[in-house]
Design a protein around this ligand. Structure first.
Ligand code: ANZ
Ligand code: ZN
Length: 834
């Protein structure tokens, strides 16, 4: 029995392919088969949809992919062999910038580059023995996928879930494209790292804010199933806050100064209780009043230049930069006191939030406080406190200097003031969200064309559904400058789908996050229907929700929020009944080497192919699953890889110890008649089995499962009962199969012809019954020995044995025992004199 991984792995990969072992069974024909009762009765096989986030076809797989897909595969194989109908698909998130960048660099076509990469990476994944369905594989750049995506986009447009507007956008001057806020990393492009600038442009937006409250509310249904950190990140990103919205009227002189073009402006506050503490108001640099002041030269050139400089900084950077501002030399009237309040422009006020203006209360808001200190503005305390006011007081307390509200607790006053504002029609309750609509226009070639036509007479007209997909032209030159679709000589010239007149196609393509927002619904649609529908509702009734989603924490906001939104929007449009796409989420940790993320620039990359060809896929898989719990960072370790290899080899070669036994003897094992080491071996084996259930259903701590299997193998090695060995192998090949499938299939075929390999194994309680228990012996409080007794031994028996213990004797011989205490199952305490 020599372990030869490459022979075994090739053999089984071919076998799985030829036998379509990893294809799911067909979905039930109609959704009425799907009652709870049916599921319990198993007339429809119970399903599991196991999904690892699909890869971008960048060229080669890296260790992060290996980790991601080995984790998903372990779930898929586990549930498949526990008699579930498992959907475990793979595909390619294949639109996007790198294909165009490669095209510029290597003068290749993005399509060719992409599909060649896919072919290469598919082979790499196959070499790992991943149990993906082959029939459901697709690339998001396939025209058939584009076709259905365009249909959804048109439906969303018709439903008002997608619209066009002109707005200030984040523009990457390197990639020459718009980026969503979610795609900025500290003010830089998430792909290329170039500093992003602000630019006014028309573009298409998905109205994700219409779902802000639902996206927030439904996070509750994911509690305990998603990492709490991810839930919090989503909650903060949506950023709901409740407060008061009211108008500040401009003073008469200020109105005049502004040419009577403005009367008032709106502010939003979450702290109406502090309204008597307002000492200035601040506007965003983009506020229309500021724009007016600049355009009409109503401020000094220095001030105008300073405001222009403020506007150049991205919103995100303004948040971390030093707070700066300028006096706009106008005033507003306080709605309750009638006093004039100075108006400033400040870089911390966001144009796109609330009204783009704030009431500032330096005494009770730290940001306002720092600003007031810096520019010597008044600080009016309105909540009683005993601090020295060296910083803002943000705690609770009684109101002071607040007219008729004096003496009220601020939490109560907040409600009262809000109520009074509404009564006097001075303002109204308002709920605001940080979440912005999702800009999906990209000025790139390698993406899904936005399927609209611009007609001089009819405006924006969706392409006719029967003409979909609007496909990309193949004959383009990718130079890196401008949008190739815009520059193409003929592609954009078309006729209006409505009136037939000459018209122009939209040349923007969709953000690639659109494709990854519904791919799981496509997988859940039987491929036989792929030509006819984008998503099959009955199929998604069966397969959705994804039972286990596995992917990187870097997707905690963008991808997961968009996918949640898309599912809800497609539900609204009638394509699916799913509400939340991912029932359980596992976010895997990064793979590091020498403490740093593996990267070409650091030169610390370990190539998965090299590991597979040296040790085999099973070793790579075992190491990945053993080296760390899945959510933690994993440090690459060559000697641990060796160790993983040695374990599999030992596991494989020791199977010869089963010789002479046959499977029918396993059920007949009489536990009570076994030797101590045999009992111990069985106990360890069943502990590993217990661990397996616990890990797959609850803890995901695969590393502890593997450790249990290793202990079990060691325990088996301390005895030589071939039937106990065979039982051990029956269980270990079962529970290790999700992790080292090739070796496990080989062994389970050799030893058992894989009979009964698709049933849940039962844990036998008999093996956990303890024959003896060990108690510590202490003499005058110090541990001096141990005594092994039957669990039913009486106090007298235990004491008698304890006093005969060799080690203990030394400490009690010739001395008077004045006290004897037995703490059941724990210890014997003897107290001696002298
Ligand atoms: C006065 C005040 C007093 C405030 C106080 C806070 C504490 P959320 O919604 O939680 O982020 N604010 C309002 N609009 C803003 C904008 N466009 N840009 C920057 N800041 C803005 O916080 C809302 C609070 O942030 C509002 O409540 C307002 O300051 C400020 F003791 O009003 B507050
Ligand atoms: Zn028209």
């Amino acid at each position: 029995m020599e372990y030869n991984p490459s022979a075994i792995e090739t053999k089984w990969q071919n076998f799985w392919n030829e036998n379509k072992t990893h294809e799911p069974l067909e979905e039930p024909k109609s959704s009425d088969l799907m009652s709870e009762e049916d599921l319990v009765n198993d007339s429809v096989k119970k399903k599991k949809f196991i999904l690892s986030m699909f890869p971008y076809p960048s060229g080669r797989i890296h260790m992060g992919h290996v980790r991601n897909y080995c984790l998903g595969d372990a779930f898929a194989r586990h549930f498949r062999k526990n008699n579930f109908n498992v959907l475990h698909p793979i595909g390619w998130d294949s639109f996007g910038m790198p294909a165009e960048n490669a095209a510029i660099k290597h003068k290749s076509h993005p399509k060719k580059w992409t599909y060649e990469n896919i072919d290469y990476m598919r082979k790499e994944l196959e070499g790992l023995g991943l149990s993906f369905s082959k029939t459901r594989e697709f690339a998001t750049s396939d025209e058939l996928y584009t076709k259905w995506e365009q249909e959804f986009i048109i439906k969303m447009f018709e439903e008002g879930l997608l619209y066009q507007k002109s707005a200030t956008v984040n523009w990457c001057p390197h990639d020459l494209t718009v980026l969503a806020n979610e795609q900025l990393e500290e003010g830089c492009c998430w792909r290329c790292g170039t500093e992003v600038v602000q630019k006014e442009m028309p573009g298409y937006y998905i109205a994700i804010t219409k779902y802000a409250q639902t996206l927030l509310d439904d996070l509750k249904t994911l509690e305990g199933q998603w990492p709490s950190q991810v839930l919090t990140m989503q909650e903060n990103w949506i950023g709901r806050s409740e407060g008061l919205e009211f108008d500040f009227s401009l003073s008469a002189s200020s109105k005049e100064k502004l040419g009577n073009n403005f009367d008032k402006y709106t502010v939003f506050t979450t702290r109406p209780d502090t309204v008597y503490g307002v000492s200035y108001s601040a506007l965003a640099p983009e506020h229309e009043i500021v724009t007016y002041l600049i355009e009409n030269n109503l401020l000094s050139t220095e001030k105008i230049d300073a405001i222009k400089a403020m506007k150049k900084v991205t919103e995100r950077d303004r948040a971390t930069e030093e707070k700066i501002g300028l006096d706009l030399e106008i005033t507003v009237v306080h709605p309750l006191t009638g006093k004039e309040v100075p108006v400033w422009v400040a870089n911390f006020v966001l144009a796109s939030y609330g009204g783009g203006a704030v009431m500032a209360v330096p005494a009770h808001d730290q940001r306002d406080f720092e600003f007031a200190k810096k520019y010597d503005l008044p600080i009016n305390v309105v909540i009683e406190n005993d601090t020295d006011m060296s910083e803002a007081f943000t705690g609770e307390g009684k109101l002071i200097n607040s007219d008729k509200y004096d003496g009220q607790k601020n939490t109560k006053a907040k409600k009262a003031i809000m109520y009074d504002f509404e009564q006097e029609t001075l303002g109204k309750k308002q709920i605001n969200y940080k979440l912005r609509d999702w800009g999906v226009s990209r000025q790139r070639y390698w993406g899904a064309p936005i399927p609209f036509v611009h007609c001089d007479d009819c405006g924006i007209v969706p392409e006719k559904v029967e003409n979909l997909p609007v496909a990309l032209p193949e004959d383009v030159e990718i130079t890196g400058e401008g949008n190739p679709l815009e520059n193409h000589p003929t592609w954009k010239h078309t006729s209006c789908p409505k009136c037939g007149k000459d018209a122009t196609r939209e040349t923007d393509t969709l953000d690639t996050f659109v494709q990854s927002s519904w791919y799981f619904l496509r997988y859940a649609t039987n491929p036989e229907k792929w030509n006819d529908v984008g998503i099959d509702k009955a199929n998604t009734d069966y397969w959705m929700d994804v039972d286990q989603y596995v992917g990187g924490i870097e997707h905690a906001i963008l991808h997961l929020l968009y996918a949640r939104f898309f599912t809800k929007a497609l539900n609204q449009l009638g394509y699916t009944n799913s509400v939340e796409p991912f029932k359980n989420l596992l976010t895997q940790g990064m793979v590091l080497k020498d403490g740093a993320k593996m990267s070409k620039s650091k030169g610390n990359v370990v190539d998965p192919d090299a590991i597979v060809s040296k040790y085999g896929a099973d070793t790579a898989r075992l190491f990945m699953m053993f080296a760390a719990p899945p959510t933690k960072e994993l440090e690459w370790n060559d000697s641990a890889v060796e160790g993983a290899y040695r374990f599999i080899r030992k596991f494989y070669e020791n199977s010869s110890k089963c010789e002479g036994a046959n499977a029918s003897q396993i059920e007949k094992i009489d536990h009570s008649s076994l030797e101590k080491d045999e009992k111990e071996a069985r106990k360890k084996v069943y502990e590993a089995l217990q661990k397996s259930h616990e890990v797959m259903n609850k803890t995901y701590a695969f590393n502890t499962l593997i450790a249990s299997c290793m202990e079990a193998l060691n325990a088996l090695n301390k005895q030589d009962n071939s039937v106990v060995w065979l039982e051990g192998y029956y269980i270990l090949t079962n529970i290790l199969e999700p992790i080292i499938p090739h070796a496990s299939w080989e062994l389970s075929e050799k030893l058992f012809a894989r009979v009964n390999f698709e049933n849940t194994l039962e844990v036998k309680e008999e093996v956990f019954v303890q024959d003896t228990i060990v108690l510590a012996i202490t003499v005058n409080g110090k541990k001096r020995g141990e005594v092994e007794v039957s669990p039913n031994a009486s106090k007298e028996e235990i004491l008698a044995i304890a006093k005969e213990n060799e080690n203990t004797k030394k400490w009690i011989d010739g001395k008077e025992i004045i006290k004897e205490i037995v703490v059941p199952k724990k210890l014997v305490n003897l107290v001696v004199k002298g």
